[in-house]
Unconditional design. Structure first.
Length: 354
């Protein structure tokens, strides 16, 4: 008879915390249930189909634990897994750590009863919730010792975050398809050239082949694109589209798949992709595996995008970290741009600007 399952949802750089929880839950609950942690090297065996195994685990789990930090709650995959548990009606428990408090969780996670990972009473509440789900007595455990172990790990996370990578004079690709280069693209170019003089490569007639060549032959720290994106699958579209239907007007469509683009971004070692067009979050999910990405799932004008970009890139050029520049810009400008986190980084340009 198959054992009950607990699913721990987490981003890749929080694997150690997931493993700590798995180890203590397994020991204290006497291996009563299987604990699914996708990145531990044991839960999913070598050669298995990763996405298929993950979907199966979500389908079979009776409890889902979501590890929540300021970085992870912005990740689309964590929110997807949380949503899958919510839809199934199983017990979903957010575990806050590394400075994120339960009252700071975004919707829909804020609608769930969350606990603090580094506090003994929070861990005790977690154990009690799990025990109640399975109709058993919560085991006795040294919750303060577990909390102390988690606090020690949080300090390591904090130290790693403080050792922020900094790129001086970043190389930037600012490119648009021929159609989009005639629709406000000059605003994007002006913003980037003011913030990072002499560091911007401009392409006004971008094609799939040209983008492929650029990203395999050269290294760009920031890629800023203005072109159409397929709303349904995130494909980049370089050929002309009908603005009303958002469909290509040519028989042969020049396009690049979302996962193909993500692979090229990884090849170029790009740290930030900025897509200054509408409804691009499908693409963002793919890119977020290899780089930070800023995009929107709303309809916005070129002028609104440029206003947001001007504030954001100016803060980046002054040395603000990517995450801080984004947070400050979001508070100043209402344009609904979203940052899909991978890893914080700082870009700076020391030349004095007039």
């Amino acid at each position: 008879m198959a054992r009950p399952k607990v699913f721990i949802s987490h981003v890749s750089n929080e694997t150690q915390l997931a493993q700590i929880l798995k180890r203590h839950l397994a020991k204290d609950f006497l291996n009563f249930f299987d604990i699914f942690v996708s990145s531990d090297g044991k839960t999913i065996k070598a050669g298995s189909k990763w996405l298929e195994k993950l979907g199966q685990a979500l389908e079979e789990a009776q409890i889902e634990i979501i590890l929540c930090s300021k970085e992870s709650v912005g990740q689309p995959w964590v929110n997807f897994e949380a949503g899958a548990g919510w839809i199934r009606g199983i017990q979903v428990i957010p575990i806050c750590h590394s400075g994120l408090k339960p009252d700071e969780l975004p919707v829909p996670l804020s609608m769930l009863q969350a606990v603090n990972a580094n506090q003994s009473n929070g861990l005790q509440s977690l154990y009690e919730a799990i025990a109640e789900t399975y109709g058993m007595q919560a085991p006795m455990a040294d919750f303060e010792a577990i909390a102390a172990e988690i606090r020690e790990l949080e300090n390591k996370y904090k130290q790693a975050a403080q050792a922020l990578e900094r790129i001086e004079h970043p190389r930037i690709l600012c490119a648009a398809s021929e159609q989009y280069s005639q629709i406000g693209f000059d605003l994007d170019v002006a913003v980037l050239e003011r913030a990072f003089p002499q560091q911007v490569i401009i392409e006004r007639k971008l094609t799939a082949k040209l983008l492929r060549d650029l990203l395999t032959d050269e290294r760009f720290d920031i890629v800023h694109l203005v072109l159409a994106v397929d709303y349904d699958n995130g494909d980049l579209i370089f050929s002309p589209i009908d603005p009303a239907t958002h469909k290509s007007v040519t028989t042969k469509v020049d396009k690049m798949s979302a996962d193909g683009f993500a692979a090229l971004i990884g090849e170029s070692q790009t740290r930030l992709v900025f897509l200054a067009t509408c409804n691009a979050l499908f693409l963002a999910v793919e890119v977020a595996r290899v780089a930070n990405m800023i995009a929107t799932n709303k309809e916005i004008t070129g002028e609104a995008a440029a206003e947001w970009e001007e504030c954001f890139y100016d803060l980046l050029a002054k040395g603000c970290s990517l995450y801080k520049a984004y947070d400050l810009t979001k508070l100043q400008i209402s344009t609904p741009m979203r940052l899909i986190h991978l890893k914080d980084i700082a870009f700076a340009y020391e030349l004095k600007r007039s």
